[in-house]
Write a protein that binds this ligand. Structure first.
Ligand code: V47
Length: 353
């Protein structure tokens, strides 16, 4: 059977076939991915109103792609106090947020309690907020630093009020490329193992893929297939989030950024390959809002959220430092011919605009 027919018949593609999909022209590929998206969600595009908080940029790891952590290229170390974090949240309530997304660097100066007690304080002060926090990379760091098993760290997450896990730290799973861009960080197998343990508790998470640096197409497909294999076992991933590599202020010397075509093809292929993951998120922060809007026609059904303040990708050149106003977000989705559909963190629909 020809590959296009296979996709049209909703049959699972192999790794080799997925690589072959890149050879299709952009519009054929887009149409295939759009059909899948349309069948599931018609013209709905999901988003939420969230606040990103990055409480510290002091990091014991040195990932070459990272411009956020305090180092020679970004010599501005900071660590927020719990009161400052609570104040940030309080100041954002009038924007209607229902989720806080908290990701820190791997700071070995502040102690385990600093990482966890903030979750309990948030729950105490803002009981309705969903806490999406601690990447598998942070969990691996905390487990190693404080001599705990992954299960013990996960017990603490649940005890202190973490509701779901973000998909950060996945980068690219191919071990050779991973060594090149972030040696010493959580291994690919452990990243997947931590999410598996989290899913085993009946909890949900996301999974990212950082692309557009030193990897090639086959590494991206390998990444997707490893995700698909785990999802077959657990069913715990809500969304796949391809993150377009941002080039500024870091130690990876990448001369050529990816073309929009290659980004859209990768998003479309992820929609086709990841037949067992409900949502493909075009994260506007790294793709630009305009390309994220186009990605709706290439398989993406989710654009993340309003964010309010973004620190990790904007440090590397993304135009996202101040998030986006809800009204603007809604009208951009509408103008592009889709139905803005506000969701909660677990994808329950709240409101259509
Ligand atoms: O893990 C770091 C990435 C991630 C760069 O789960 C970079 O809903 C591009 O994981 N260029 C953090 N990317 C962001 C993240 C995320 C974002 C939105 C939603 C969710 C979710 C998760 O940012 C890191 C890393 O892979 N990153 N540096 C860079 N130069």
């Amino acid at each position: 059977m020809k590959l296009v027919e296979k996709v049209l018949n909703n049959l699972r593609v192999t790794k080799e076939e997925a690589i072959e999909l890149y050879e299709l022209d952009l519009f054929t590929l887009g149409e295939l991915a759009f059909k899948i998206r349309e069948k599931r969600y018609q013209k709905k595009t999901f988003f939420n109103t969230n606040l990103h908080i990055n409480p510290t940029n002091i990091c014991k790891d040195i990932c070459k792609f990272c411009a956020f952590s305090a180092n020679r290229k970004n010599p501005n170390p900071y660590t927020l106090t719990h009161d400052e974090i609570l104040k940030n949240i309080e100041n954002s309530l009038d924007q209607g947020i229902d989720e806080v997304h908290i990701v820190s660097a791997h700071n070995n100066l502040v102690g385990l309690d600093w990482y966890f007690e903030i979750f309990a304080k948030i729950k105490k002060n803002f009981n309705d907020l969903h806490i999406k926090a601690l990447t598998a990379a942070e969990i691996d760091f905390l487990a190693n630093e404080y001599n705990h098993s992954y299960d013990e760290i996960i017990d603490m997450m649940i005890e202190y009020g973490v509701d779901s896990m973000p998909g950060g730290g996945a980068e690219i799973f191919d071990e050779k490329i991973r060594d090149e861009i972030c040696k010493g960080k959580v291994s690919s197998n452990n990243w997947l193992k931590i999410h598996q343990l989290w899913h085993k508790r009946g909890r949900f998470s996301n999974v990212t893929m950082l692309f557009g640096h030193v990897e090639d197409r086959s590494h991206r497909i390998d990444h997707m297939i490893r995700v698909r294999d785990l999802q077959d076992i657990t069913g715990g991933f809500n969304a796949f989030i391809p993150l377009v590599y941002q080039t500024d202020n870091n130690y990876l010397k990448i001369k050529n950024s990816l073309s929009s075509q290659e980004i859209l093809k990768t998003i479309a292929i992820s929609r086709i390959v990841l037949d067992n993951i409900a949502h493909i998120k075009a994260y506007w922060v790294t793709s630009t809002i305009n390309l994220a809007l186009v990605a709706q026609n290439f398989g993406a059904d989710d654009l993340d959220g309003t964010i309010i303040k973004e620190s990790i990708n904007s440090a590397a050149g993304a135009k996202s430092a101040n998030g986006m106003k809800l009204r603007e977000f809604i009208s951009l989705i509408k103008d592009s011919g889709f139905i803005p559909t506000q969701r909660d963190s677990l994808y329950r629909e709240l409101k259509s605009y």
